[in-house]
Design a protein around this ligand. Structure first.
Ligand SMILES: [Zn+2]
Length: 61
């Protein structure tokens, strides 16, 4: 019954992801497309992931 990992699907590149236990609101980075994904929901070991719009800053100048 113990669930050590969660699984999810990257909404961008559709890579199957296996993650350590996460809770709603946490973010992970997809290892394939490097997008930041936020956990919208966790149900029965499956993650619902949503892309996070990363705000880029202008560095330098
Ligand atoms: Zn991805």
């Amino acid at each position: 019954m113990s669930v050590g990992t969660l699984t999810g699907l990257c909404p961008e590149c559709e890579t199957d992801l296996t993650t350590p236990p996460l809770v709603q609101g946490e973010t992970i980075a997809c290892p394939e497309c490097m997008l930041t994904l936020r956990v919208e929901d966790v149900a029965e070991g499956r993650l619902s992931l949503q892309m996070v719009e990363v705000q880029l800053r202008d560095w330098g100048q």
